[in-house]
Design a protein around this ligand. Structure first.
Ligand SMILES: Nc1ncnc2c1ncn2[C@@H]1O[C@H](COP(=O)(O)OP(=O)(O)OP(=O)(O)O)[C@@H](O)[C@H]1O
Length: 759
């Protein structure tokens, strides 16, 4: 059970976050923290500004994410800390992994949770400047992107923010103090000036109405800008990610997490920080320069009002003010949770047929007993409680110091006491406190978010597999001939690993041959296919296609000439028509071709049974329907509505494989395919479907070299021109079925094991 903080955006999907598994209690905490956002226009504001908002201007929770290298470190140090729990302790983590990014991290145990945070670096102007310089190009590019969406909307946002964050709070403060002053004067003289009071109240009302209109319009425009920026950036990220080949994926370079609204939130944080700063300066100027307020006390009062937010920041431990990771690591707590999950419908059948109900209850009680009084409350609260009692009391008292100061002065010098000044200074205390918090929070979140935005922009720099210049098929080559391969001493290790998946493979595949690769698990069968289909380059040795080094050909041409079908291929979250049609994008709407391909893949029957036929969407994009505080089958009408909404057509595993295979048959309609690689695509198919599939492949083999990987010999090996029997990354035996049987070696042994089953 792991989750990452401070918060996930309400519109984020689980796969958008770096560390998955979001703690359910987070949803309970967010509204509580949202309540604490400060109403800075209140007439007589509460004494103490609350914590800075963890939400953006749309009320959506902020989101931060850790750099992937930090995760790697955390995962790495997992083992070092297992078994360490049930007390509060802080240890510094080593960050000596490869490619360390960001500040060092520290881990602490809070009850049943381990919490990992960054250790804030001591303030260093040089380091800050370096960091700012590093982020400057990202900031500039972001501002340009936002401006590019709509210049007038951009300027409207600037002006609206300037009004709402800088001008309006000071103006409000001025107007409310003016109303109070007139009232106070009236009380002193015994004849209140009704006209002046009405004018001042009217002005304040106008200001309030104007601000409300500006805010509404601003929210409207910002929401549009946010969506447009999101789609612009998503388009960019999509293009970059789709261009990333397996080498990049394997090296984890395309895993930059990017929630669609991150860029806008970053821009907003930049605006907010700037205008909050100018707003704070305006307030300070007003307090210290207004004669009524500055009767010797304004500046002192101003300084004292800053004590509370400063002490709060220095001493109050607030987990959500920083990026953090929480992991429930108490074994008894985890066991208790695991046992509790066994009551979910998913496990019903196993639990009932396994007759384990009593065991689960007994073990659950045992885990609860062993857990004892270990603190299970949310880590945010536990973290807050780790701050010392003295600093806590001092911080809270600091909030009252400005008022105590003023009250003391009122006793010493009653003539200089003014209720208006008292109230205005009290308001400004709250206002400054809140502004201060907002600035700090914004600067902090902006810095973190800029890292995500930079990661998204950096996707452009991902090193892709190099492409050669030679066209394929080479000019003058007979069009109806399959690919020919020569592998010479080929060895291969996957990126980031040292173990050889393939060892000194030497092999020759003639054009149009039907090759079958067999061998034990992990022997390198799929890896050979990945090299032949140019997903990876050999680590050493050479591979040629039609006598030319494979790396010299244009990658796009090779991909066009290759059809691959493996058990790792998936259905797309699109209609079945597109799922099959995309085998040949040029004919994605050609129903006749798609129907024929579906027949060859054995999927025609199942498609006709589905209500929407070829338009059925089996895989919907994730997270498109969800309920809050409602669950399917909870007995409410809402629960029932959710159930109907999320009910999707589904097919069996074997039927899925038939659909994916149909896409490969559609691919043949391009006429360009010269190599077909089929890697165990029929593991879930019934014997007849499997037999038909291989038969249909053999029927279209003309002009193509076909390579099959299989564990089931029956349908293929007797038709094979060449069988490769692999073991531990090497080719142990090669030849036809008869030749290998005559060898009486590994192949013969495997064949006989399968044949014996039928004796
Ligand atoms: N993406 C990867 N990263 C690192 N190592 C990998 C990767 N894929 C496979 N390997 C390793 O490479 C070796 C060969 O794997 P490969 O998938 O080619 O075996 P296989 O013969 O196809 O196995 P199976 O019959 O189980 O499908 C194995 O030791 C495997 O663990």
């Amino acid at each position: 059970m792991i989750f990452a903080g401070p918060f996930l955006p309400s519109n984020s999907r689980l796969e958008d976050v770096n560390i998955i598994h979001v703690h359910p209690c987070l949803s309970a905490v967010i509204p509580m923290l949202q309540i604490s956002t400060f109403a800075n226009r209140s007439f007589l504001a509460p004494r103490r500004g609350p914590y800075p908002s963890p939400c953006d201007s749309f009320g959506r929770p902020n989101r931060l994410s850790l750099p992937s290298s930090a995760q790697a470190q955390l995962i790495k140090e997992d083992s070092e800390h297992s078994g360490f729990f049930a007390h509060t302790a802080m240890t510094s983590e080593k960050t000596d992994g490869e490619d360390p990014v960001g500040p060092p991290i520290q881990s602490m145990q809070l009850g049943v949770y381990r919490v990992v945070t960054e250790i804030p670096a001591p303030f260093s102007p040089h380091a800050q400047w370096k960091r700012a310089k590093m982020m400057f190009p990202t900031m500039t590019r972001l501002v340009k992107d936002v401006y590019g969406i709509s210049p007038w909307m951009f300027f409207f946002c600037l002006v609206a923010e300037l009004w709402c964050k800088s001008i309006e709070p000071s103006l409000s403060l001025y107007l409310s103090s003016r109303i109070l002053m007139i009232i106070e004067d009236g009380l002193k003289t015994g004849s209140p000036d009704g006209a002046a009071i009405s004018r001042a109240v009217g002005l304040r009302m106008i200001c309030l109405i104007f601000t409300t209109v500006v805010e509404r319009e601003r929210d409207h425009v910002e929401s549009k800008m946010s969506d447009r920026l999101a789609t612009k950036l998503l388009d960019y990220v999509l293009r970059s990610k789709l261009a990333t080949d397996l080498t990049g994926v394997q090296a984890n370079v395309s895993s930059a997490q990017f929630s669609e609204h991150t860029a806008w939130f970053t821009f907003k944080s930049m605006l907010d920080s700037t205008f909050c700063m100018t707003g704070a300066l305006a307030q300070l100027f007003y307090i210290s320069s207004t004669p009524l307020l500055s009767t010797g006390h304004g500046p002192a009062f101003t300084l004292l009002s800053l004590a509370h937010p400063i002490l709060n920041i220095l001493f109050k431990r607030m987990l959500w003010m920083q990026a953090y990771i929480v992991e429930a690591n108490d074994p008894h707590f985890l066991r208790m949770k695991g046992l509790r999950e066994l009551s979910e419908p998913k496990y019903r059948q196993d639990v009932i047929t396994g007759d384990v109900v009593q065991h689960i209850i007994r073990e659950f009680r045992r885990a609860v007993k062993l857990l004892g009084d270990a603190d299970m409350s949310e880590p945010y609260w536990q973290y807050e409680r780790t701050s010392g009692a003295v600093s806590h009391i001092v911080t809270e008292l600091a909030g009252d110091v400005p008022i105590l100061y003023y009250a003391g002065n009122a006793i010493m010098d009653p003539a200089g006491f003014s209720v208006t000044a008292f109230s205005t200074l009290q308001q400004s205390d709250s206002l400054l406190s809140s502004t201060f918090h907002t600035i700090l929070n914004n600067v902090h979140t902006m810095t973190r978010r800029l890292v995500s935005v930079k990661a998204a922009y950096d996707l452009e720099e991902v090193v892709h597999k190099k492409s050669g210049n030679l066209p394929y098929p080479p000019l003058g080559r007979p069009r109806e001939q399959g690919m020919a391969f020569e592998l010479n001493n080929v060895s291969f290790s996957y990126p980031g690993t040292t173990a050889h998946a393939l060892n000194n493979i030497t092999l020759s595949i003639k054009p149009g041959q039907l090759v079958v690769i067999v061998g034990s698990n992990g022997s390198g069968k799929s890896t050979i296919i990945k090299l032949l289909t140019s997903l990876y380059d050999a680590t050493s040795g050479s591979i040629t296609i039609d006598g030319e080094d494979i790396r010299n050909y244009r990658l796009a041409d090779l991909r066009h000439a290759t059809a691959a079908l493996t058990q790792d291929h998936h259905l797309y979250p699109l209609s079945l028509r597109e799922n099959i049609g995309l085998g040949n994008p040029a004919h994605v709407s050609n129903v006749e071709m798609i129907r024929a391909a579906a027949k060859q893949g054995g999927a025609d029957g199942l498609i006709s049974k589905l209500g929407d036929g070829f338009e059925t969407v089996l895989e919907h994009p994730r997270g498109m329907q969800y309920g809050i505080d409602v669950s399917k089958g909870d007995g409410t009408l809402l629960g029932e509505a959710l159930e109907k909404m999320t009910k999707e057509a589904d097919v069996s595993g074997g039927e899925r494989q038939r659909l994916v295979a149909s896409r490969t048959f559609m691919r043949f309609t391009s006429g360009a395919v010269k190599l077909v690689c089929v890697d165990e695509p029929s593991s879930n198919m019934d014997p007849e479907a499997e037999w038909r599939l291989f038969k249909n492949f053999r029927l279209v083999r003309e002009g193509k070299t076909m390579i099959f990987v299989t564990h089931r010999f029956a349908h293929l090996t007797k038709h094979a021109d060449l069988i490769l029997c692999m073991k531990e990354g090497s080719i142990l035996e090669s030849g036809t079925h008869e030749e290998l049987m005559a060898l009486d070696g590994e192949y013969c042994k495997m064949f006989e094991i399968q044949a014996k089953a039928f004796d």
